[in-house]
Design a protein around this ligand. Structure first.
Ligand code: IPE
Ligand code: IPE
Ligand code: MG
Length: 244
């Protein structure tokens, strides 16, 4: 593919459909999660090879804690396994590891491994790989509002100074560009509390494939589709005569 022109800088993915993938095969849901981890590896590799700068993966939502305990435990073990097994791979490929979400909700051992991986990859200059864990966009926004209130109350910020840029700096994605492309797998047409602020002008691509079946070619198709889009940001079409 002629990949490098108009490549999205930041791709975010709602990795959905693990359970249905397993169900279709008459397997317990956890098999879908296990297979989904292989997809993560393949897509991270492809994103890096393409030269994408930021890849943000929705791995576990705040709402996902309401799933059966056995499934949650399995997902936490899988996460722990992933964090341990990928560290070398991340460093060999200049990938900087990052997380967003309520890390304090995660088991302490995993919090430790996350901190270790962030620290040991912090000087890498390639792809920034962000996992959204125990993530809720609404909580993120409420927390940002609280922090701004604190700054105003303590006299470090004036209300009139608050604008979109100042607000963005209080989000966990501070310093990252907004996603250019949001992919959701498994055909669901919803956002499920993911990056609500950040996707204001993001291009959305929905694949019918379940996440465990989402292959390199599917990712490339999403990128190709993105490259054909005209992003208007509320303006009129570029090649039409204007009325000025
Ligand atoms: C996505 O797959 C993985 C997580 C949310 C952790 P699901 O587990 O939501 O699979 P479906 O949507 O039930 O098929
Ligand atoms: C969104 O998928 C969360 C993740 C992919 C981690 P869900 O399966 O939890 O979303 P809903 O329940 O279909 O909205
Ligand atoms: Mg789902």
């Amino acid at each position: 593919m002629q990949a490098t022109s108009n490549l999205p800088r930041h791709v975010a993915i709602i990795m959905d459909g693990n359970g249905r993938w397993a169900k279709e095969r008459g397997l317990p849901r956890i098999h879908g999660h296990q297979k989904g981890m292989e997809t993560i590896r393949a897509i991270v590799r492809t994103a890096r090879e393409l030269g994408i700068q930021y890849l943000t993966l929705y791995a576990f939502s705040k709402e996902n804690w309401a799933r059966p305990k056995a499934e949650v435990n399995f997902l936490m073990n899988l996460l722990s396994q992933y964090l341990d097994s990928e560290l070398n791979e991340l460093n060999e490929n200049q990938i900087r590891f990052n997380v967003i979400g309520r890390l304090e909700d995660l088991p302490p051992a995993i919090q430790g491994t996350i901190k270790r991986n962030i620290k040991l990859t912090q000087n890498n200059k390639g792809l920034v790989l962000t996992l959204a864990l125990s993530y809720s966009s609404r909580i993120e926004i409420v927390n940002a509002a609280k922090r701004l209130c604190e700054k105003v109350t303590s006299g470090n910020l004036k209300i009139e100074e608050i604008n979109e840029a100042i607000f963005s700096k209080e989000l966990s994605t501070a310093g990252m560009p907004d996603p250019d492309l949001l992919i959701r797998t498994s055909g669901e047409l919803r956002i499920s509390n993911f990056l609500l602020w950040q996707i204001s002008y993001t291009e959305i691509y929905v694949s019918d494939k379940y996440w465990p079946d989402f292959a390199k070619q599917d990712f490339l198709n999403a990128i190709k589709d993105f490259q054909k889009r005209e992003r208007r940001y509320g303006r009129a079409e570029t090649n039409e005569a204007g009325h000025d």
